[in-house]
Ligand binder design. Structure first.
Ligand code: SF4
Ligand code: SF4
Length: 662
């Protein structure tokens, strides 16, 4: 055997060993994912294929960040090119062939050369950012990133060496390239860089049906407690396989944390730590984030022990995840939207809330008060049924649907529109607009029951399902084409979550759910507005549930403009808008200061607009309060108005209408 043959044999054996290690670790990961609860992701095949080409190959979500995004994308594309060129090198050096990149594809190595340079530059940019600039959201466990960046840069450099060095040196660079590339391959599944393999799957297999619809829960199902079965999540074994895949895919980039309103206002919750700490726990490591330390303290204080309990069966809440963080989430979805690998933090977090409420029955006292009010009086404030009748009396002549009646629009007034003094003004404005455009509408009157969105996201599935069933019966008693709402939370549940409660013989939801802004926007486009006075600058705050949850951004802005306002964009707008702080039941809690609404209100003050338009009663209440504590508010007050109130202001009062209302 000559030296060349010995080198070839040693390298060949090493490569086989790395492949065995790679296969072993990957099969462990696959087994971990397969252990999850079954869920189907075999729908929307066309969209999933499109996601593969656009998001995975095109790296569109990653490239939303200019410098780091493009650097990552370059490294990714370079990697794909390297897979081909490394296989070519393998055939030439390890197997003694001629390589397959010859003839009509002999230009390909030159493309790889260009990528190799781009990768080296990309790695330097990413290393400077991670170790010199050190943005706060990137501080998690970063030594792995250093190893990976160095390995990628060496793979690129050895490729260039093999291409441009002469004689034996070129060959040695080639062997070095193969050894480093295959070592890297074996390392990937043991590190956070498993996302290189996992991210395409979590992107393509993400939930596409009715974005952020919460999964149906069969409350009649018999639980086998001896097997640890539960309604919600408190053990890894409760998670569905897509959740478990998400945990493995997290790249610890911190984009979710950066977008999180709870984290931005100093709460314990960080969506990055939520995912990373669960991932570390799944890997048998001790998480080292701040919240996990609080969780462990709580576990020890409660006398908990996991001695001899397999990781899969160990409790998560107040052991790995601090319960406090679950309630701090405003369900704004900014984390899900920001995540470059499409991890769904919310579905896991909300299922943990369900566990606390349904399986343990341990609920924050402020939430318990809301649940008790709902049970006793039918509304979250605890006002009582009489309040609905008082409001209806105050609204004057409003057509109430009779059983069996057919009409175009059912106006869902909602608990805010029926119970809250400020939002009753939005109800009056909606009635004025509907009348002005001669819409054939009805309301349900005092039979309406809260849509239940808040209860569902607060973990009280039982209350939600009771309300959903009652409302479906009410809807079934009349016939209408559109359900119009003034609250994006009602829009989300009626349009998505209620689908699980549609009786089978209806053959699907027989009506369309639209926001009042969508309906009025159509009417204004067809019939125009009489025209209002010049409203000056009007800032618009996107609600999370219309915006990120449902992609409704334009109609509200168009209506403000049509009503005489000059729309001012806040710094964080549309899908990047900052939450008001009310969602997920947080409206009902005494929030730790500084409040989320203060953060948003400061931005509104900065805009200099004297009017703020909103499309959600929660946002209206939160931001009105948040603005009042801002510096300079006394001198420059901001009037907060629902968009429908702004439209109503552009419509002259019909003669005698006020008298009738009195
Ligand atoms: S949904 Fe919003 S508040 Fe909750 S973790 Fe995600 S970003 Fe934070
Ligand atoms: S969950 Fe997504 S956004 Fe958050 S750290 Fe992980 S990969 Fe980044």
């Amino acid at each position: 055997m000559n030296t060349q043959e010995i080198i070839r044999l040693v390298v060949g054996l090493y490569l086989v060993a790395t492949l065995v290690v790679f296969a072993r670790f990957v099969s462990q990961k696959i087994a971990f994912v397969r252990h999850g609860r079954p869920e189907s992701r075999a729908d929307h095949i066309g969209r999933r294929i499109a996601l593969f080409f656009i998001e995975v190959l095109g790296q569109t979500k990653v490239r939303r960040r200019l410098t780091a995004g493009w650097a990552h994308a370059l490294v990714f594309w370079g990697f794909l090119a390297f897979v081909v060129s490394t296989l070519n090198l393998l055939e030439r050096l390890a197997l003694g062939g001629q390589g397959f990149l010859v003839g009509p594809v002999s230009w390909f190595p030159t493309v790889v050369d260009i990528f190799a340079w781009a990768i080296i530059v990309g790695c330097v940019v990413l290393a400077v950012r991670r170790y010199v600039v050190r943005p706060q959201y990137l501080t998690y466990h970063s030594h792995e990133s250093g190893i990976v960046l160095a390995a990628i840069a060496v793979i690129a450099a050895t490729h260039l060496g093999e291409q441009y060095a002469a004689g034996a040196a070129s060959e040695y660079f080639g062997y070095a390239h193969l050894v480093v590339a295959f070592t890297f391959l074996a390392y990937v599944p043991t590190s956070k860089h498993f996302h290189i393999l996992g991210a395409p799957f979590s992107t393509v297999l993400q939930q596409l049906q009715d974005h952020q619809k919460m999964d149906y829960m069969d409350l009649e199902m018999e639980l086998d407690e001896s097997k640890g079965e539960a309604y919600g999540f408190n053990r890894l074994e409760h998670f569905g396989w897509p959740d478990r895949m998400d945990l493995l895919t997290c790249i610890e980039c911190g984009r979710c944390q950066e977008a999180c309103p709870a984290y931005a206002t100093g709460k314990l919750l960080s969506p990055r730590d939520f995912i990373v700490d669960l991932k570390y726990h799944a890997e048998g490591k001790v998480p080292h984030g701040k919240q996990s330390a609080v969780a462990r303290e709580a576990f020890v204080a409660a006398g908990g022990s996991v001695e001899g309990v397999p990781t899969e069966s160990q409790p998560l809440i107040d052991h790995v995840i601090a319960q406090q963080t679950l309630w701090e989430c405003t369900t704004c979805m900014a984390c899900v939207q920001a995540c470059p690998v499409d991890i769904d933090h919310l579905s896991m977090l909300l299922n943990m809330r369900r566990y606390q409420v349904l399986d343990v029955g341990e609920i924050e006292p402020e939430y318990q008060r809301v649940f008790t009010s709902m049970e006793r009086t039918g509304d979250p404030w605890g006002y009582g049924e009489h309040r609905k009748s008082e409001t209806l009396g105050q609204l004057g002549e409003v057509p109430v649907a009779e059983p069996g009646e057919e009409f175009d629009v059912l106006f869902w007034v909602g608990c805010w529109g029926l119970y809250d003094d400020r939002s009753i003004e939005s109800t009056s404005a909606t009635l004025k607009v509907l009348r002005h455009f001669d819409v054939d509408f009805r309301i349900l009157g005092d039979t309406e029951v809260c849509c239940g969105e808040n209860y569902r996201r607060m973990g009280n599935e039982l209350q939600f399902q009771m309300n959903a069933q009652t409302n479906m019966e009410l809807f079934g008693a009349v016939k209408f084409k559109r359900l119009v709402v003034t609250n994006p939370h009602c829009h989300q549940v009626f349009g998505k979550d209620y689908k699980d409660f549609v009786p089978e013989d209806w053959g699907g939801t027989p009506f369309e759910v639209v926001s009042v802004e969508q309906l009025v926007h159509e009417l204004v486009a067809r019939k125009g507005l009489p025209g209002g006075s010049d409203l000056g600058k009007v800032a618009y705050h996107d609600s999370c549930f219309y915006g990120r949850y449902n992609g409704i951004y334009n109609e509200q802005r168009a209506l403000v403009k049509a009503s005489g306002g000059q729309v001012v964009e806040l710094k964080r707008n549309r899908e990047h808008a900052f939450c008001c702080g009310a969602g997920g039941g947080n409206f009902w809690r005494e929030e730790k200061e500084p409040r989320v609404s203060w953060n948003r209100a400061a931005e509104i003050m900065e805009s200099g607009a004297p009017t703020l338009a909103v499309s959600c009663p929660f946002c209206l209440a939160m931001l009105e309060d948040g603005l009042k504590v801002q510096e300079g508010y006394e001198e420059h007050p901001v009037q907060v108005r629902h968009v429908v109130e702004i439209v109503a202001g552009a419509i002259p009062d019909p003669a005698g209408a006020e008298a009738a209302a009195d």
